[in-house]
Design a binder for this molecule. Structure first.
Ligand code: UDP
Length: 235
């Protein structure tokens, strides 16, 4: 394993599978099995899951809601995904703890940095739920933040495509994929990797970000092993 401690970021939409909303049990199982593989290879895995499959604050605000109130809903929705993923992991024998940035002691642990590291060192997957705990942020930024806090070697961002392209590859077949990128180029060219807050935080603290396609079976193991999968963003 090139990366010993990994922060894996999965979008909420990835959990929908072929559906248009919600959580696909098949996807939960697929992701759980993929995570189990890298754990068996010796990696420590922290996980951040979005909530685009359930609710996004911007959508609520577009519908007339107060943005902060809508974002609170979005953060709570990430907890639903986290609990589903925890169940999926536990069902295949992978110990997992959910730690939420918004305290809800009856369903999961509150996020405490050193306790999270202790869980990781004991071989448990830790799912960091409720993003940063603040409105106006995204789970991508939350992922970078937690990656830095737990001193992860990399943040691996799973997407629907196999890396970062100069144009949207789902709309333009001439789009070219980058093997490597700098944070600055991502920001200057407004490449759609993640929001500017997240990529700036990664840049300011030199956290490598690997964008890859997790839907392809085995890719996560290849990515963790440092094989040429996806796009690596560094200084
Ligand atoms: N969110 C937030 N603060 C955070 C992280 C998330 O307010 O630190 C809210 C925000 O409304 C966001 C939603 O939670 O739209 C779901 O997160 P995100 O959009 O990042 O999910 P993804 O696109 O990865 O599925």
């Amino acid at each position: 394993m090139q990366f010993r401690r990994i922060l894996l970021k999965i979008s909420g939409e990835a959990l929908m599978g072929d559906g248009a909303y919600g959580i696909s049990p098949d996807m939960i199982t697929f992701v759980a099995l993929e995570i189990k593989k890298i754990q068996e290879q010796g990696a420590q895995v922290g996980l951040v899951i979005g909530a685009g499959n359930i609710f996004r604050g911007v959508a609520g605000a577009a519908g007339g809601m107060n943005r902060a109130a809508a974002d609170n809903m979005g953060m709570l929705a990430t907890v639903l995904n986290a609990l589903a993923m925890q169940d999926g992991l536990e069902q295949i024998g992978v110990a997992c703890r959910v730690m939420s940035a918004i305290t809800m002691r009856n369903v999961c642990e509150p996020y405490v940095r050193l306790q999270a590291i202790e869980h990781l060192e004991k071989g448990r997957v830790v799912i960091f739920a409720a993003g940063t705990g603040n409105p106006y942020f995204t789970t991508d930024t939350g992922g970078v933040l937690r990656a830095l806090e737990i001193e992860a070697d990399v943040m691996m961002k799973a997407t629907r495509v196999d890396g970062v392209y100069d144009r949207d590859p789902e709309k333009d077949s001439n789009a070219v994929r980058f093997d490597r990128l700098t944070y600055t180029k991502v920001l200057q060219n407004e490449l759609r990797v993640m929001d500017a807050a997240g990529i700036s935080l990664a840049r300011d603290n030199n956290l490598p970000v690997l964008v890859f396609n997790m839907k392809q079976e085995g890719n996560i193991v290849r990515a963790a092993a440092g094989e040429d999968v996806g796009t690596l963003i560094t200084a």
